[in-house]
Design a protein around this ligand. Structure first.
Ligand code: ATP
Ligand code: MG
Length: 587
């Protein structure tokens, strides 16, 4: 491609609303432009990168025996009603009516469509296992679209669904996908950490998320120092080494008026209470009130711990969960900042967190403004639940040492789904004895645009993107600084020879100052830059620069030889990436 004939769309200045590097650089390097909240146009350079990522994913999925399909994005509501997700998915699902007044959904994911289709296509146990996928557009009306295409409302996903005869089969497919994912991300130049993920209330039996470590990641990972234990904070169990057996001889507090009343004027936070009473947060029982599907739920938890809302939601099997607003707390007979774990009016239930097994007597709120109470004892027959957020410094569950925290971006997710969808869609095949059996499913997703943005997060510097050669929009940028027609003809000869050798080359033939062209080349981040200027025209030296590390080389000789040297350099970069891949897969 010639720069004079394409649309590069690079920007000199940082766009105002782009906070993170990948978002800023995607816009500045002319990969994408914003249309609206969570909506992006892809420009020619960005589309080339998308296509390359898709090609790597497709190659690896095909090599793993998966079959590519393409299903409609627009799906009838009946599919979603059948699975129950019409009611469960809430506002994240784009719903629209057609001209016949029928409800439809712009698919946020395609379990329903694929299972329904496969129920027509699979007949016998001989048809299994099967893994089917597509690389296609998804819609999600995210509450907070942000960071460019990392969280957008329209995006491309590779979504795969597997069908196996039994759990052992599903496990084989799952492990194959796990390896496939590691290969895909390594080929894309991404370093990822697979972590155990929350399975929600869907009844799956295993799930892993593939995270790229990043400061801007919305996910928190908890890892053991040897990295053998890796878990999303959402699902990490809390372990309390100082937990005691519950003292059944201590009478539980059933009447708050029997406790010592402490005047704590204005002390609404744990910190305030600690200061006023000169105690530690670990002496306090904090009561956090939620509204779960319309019901009040009080969580009693140690003062230095936070509630993990994912665990809480799973514990309650709740669809909607949100902190109760002050009015609801007052209506239940308490005061925000001074809530006691018992004595709330109405149908409020109290959950006792496991962290309370580390103590017996607690300071609690008095359900009264400016007062706390000392000496509260929780019921001995309570059912302790783990609804606290694990954090760095906590013991490794089932292991040695303590956890450390890391931020990450989720680029992929694999999940053993179980029978939920195959049962909902009455998918069954005949076994060897002619009896119907229900296949067990798995699902496997990769966000393609999010992956693209994440590659930029990992591969950039202050000047721009530094693409790994596997996904660069062009492998080579030929910058010509030509003064006359003869020099232009020489540049054209090299450009055409590179094309003939199947080198992906962008020839910056624009009539612009060299500085502008160099700045663009660095911003866009082609791995190899060839500069044909004075050095070449006077001494026959073609200047070569690698974007990754700034290394410079000089190629000499006739055009055919320059091409050969370029091809060899490209092979070297691919080899280096491959070595990185192998190192990555070993960990
Ligand atoms: P998140 O927790 O970030 O919302 P998710 O758990 O909803 O992700 P999945 O339903 O597992 O995501 O979707 C599979 C993949 O699709 C994710 O791993 C991610 O790479 C991508 N993805 C999900 N939501 C978005 C989005 N709004 N924009 C871009 N990519 C997304
Ligand atoms: Mg989501």
């Amino acid at each position: 491609m010639r720069a004079s004939q394409t649309i590069l769309g690079t920007l000199r200045d940082d766009p105002g609303d782009a906070i993170v590097a990948s978002h800023r650089l995607m816009l500045r390097a002319g990969l994408a432009r914003k249309l609206g909240a969570g909506l992006y146009h892809f420009l020619p350079l960005g589309l080339r990168v998308m296509r390359k990522i898709e090609a790597v994913i497709r190659e690896e999925m095909d090599a793993a025996g998966a079959l590519e399909f393409e299903l409609p994005i627009l799906t009838p509501a009946e599919l979603w009603q059948k699975s129950g997700r019409w009611d469960l998915m809430g506002k994240e699902m784009f719903r629209l009516k057609d001209r016949h007044d029928s409800d439809n959904v712009l698919g946020p994911t395609h379990e329903e469509s694929f299972t329904s289709l496969m129920s027509e296509l699979l007949q016998s146990y001989r048809d299994l296992p099967k893994n089917v996928y597509q690389i296609h557009t998804k819609f999600r009306d995210e509450i907070r679209p942000r960071f460019g295409v990392i969280r957008s409302r329209e995006f491309v996903m590779k979504d795969a669904y597997s069908f196996d005869l039994d759990e052992a089969g599903l496990d084989r497919t799952y492990q194959t996908m796990r390896r496939t994912y590691r290969r895909i991300f390594a080929r894309l130049g991404l370093s990822v950490v697979p972590v155990e993920a929350d399975m929600g209330t869907m009844g799956g039996s295993a799930s892993e998320e593939f995270m790229t470590p990043s400061e801007i990641g919305e996910e928190t990972l908890l890892l053991s120092s040897d990295r053998k234990y890796r878990s999303n904070q959402e699902k990490t169990p809390c372990v309390y080494p100082d937990a005691k057996a519950i003292d059944a001889t201590r009478a539980a507090t059933s009447d708050l008026s029997t406790l010592e009343r402490l005047h704590t004027p204005g002390a609404k936070t744990i910190d305030d209470v600690c200061k006023v009473l000169n105690i530690s947060p670990r002496d306090i029982l904090k009561t956090v009130v939620y509204l779960a599907d319309g019901k009040l739920v009080a969580v009693a938890i140690r003062g230095d711990r936070d509630v993990n809302e994912v665990k809480l939601r799973n514990q309650l099997g709740a669809l909607e969960l949100a902190p109760a607003d002050p009015a609801a707390i007052v209506a239940a007979g308490s005061i925000p900042g001074y809530i006691a774990p018992i004595g709330l009016k109405g149908e409020a239930i109290t959950l006792w967190d496991l962290s309370l097994t580390t103590g017996t007597e607690w300071v609690i709120g008095a359900n009264e403004k400016n007062y706390h109470l000392r000496g509260f004892v929780a019921p001995a027959d309570r059912q302790s639940v783990d609804v606290a957020l694990a954090r760095s410094g906590d013991p490794v569950p089932g292991g040695a040492g303590v956890l450390t925290e890391m931020k990450g971006i989720e680029v992929g997710h694999i999940f053993k789904l179980g029978y939920k969808y195959s049962e909902a869609f009455k998918l069954s095949v005949l076994d060897a004895n002619g009896r119907p059996v229900t296949p067990i499913m798995g699902c496997y997703g990769i966000g393609v645009n999010r992956t693209l943005a994440t590659i930029i997060e990992q591969w950039h510097d202050e000047k721009g993107v530094r693409w790994p050669i596997s996904v660069a929009p062009y492998e080579v940028c030929l910058v010509s600084i030509a003064k006359d027609d003869t020099e232009i003809a020489a540049a054209r000869a090299l450009y055409e020879a590179l094309l003939r050798a199947d080198v992906e080359v962008l020839w910056d033939d624009r009539d612009l100052r060299p500085g502008v062209k160099f700045t663009d080349a660095e911003l866009i981040g082609y791995p190899i830059r060839l500069t044909m200027g004075k050095g070449y025209f006077q001494k026959g030296e073609l200047e070569v620069q690698l974007r990754a590390n700034g290394e410079t080389l000089s190629f000499q000789g006739p055009v055919e030889s320059l091409v050969e040297q370029t091809v060899a350099l490209r092979a070297r970069l691919a080899k280096e990436l491959e070595r990185q891949l192998e190192a990555e897969l070993e960990t």
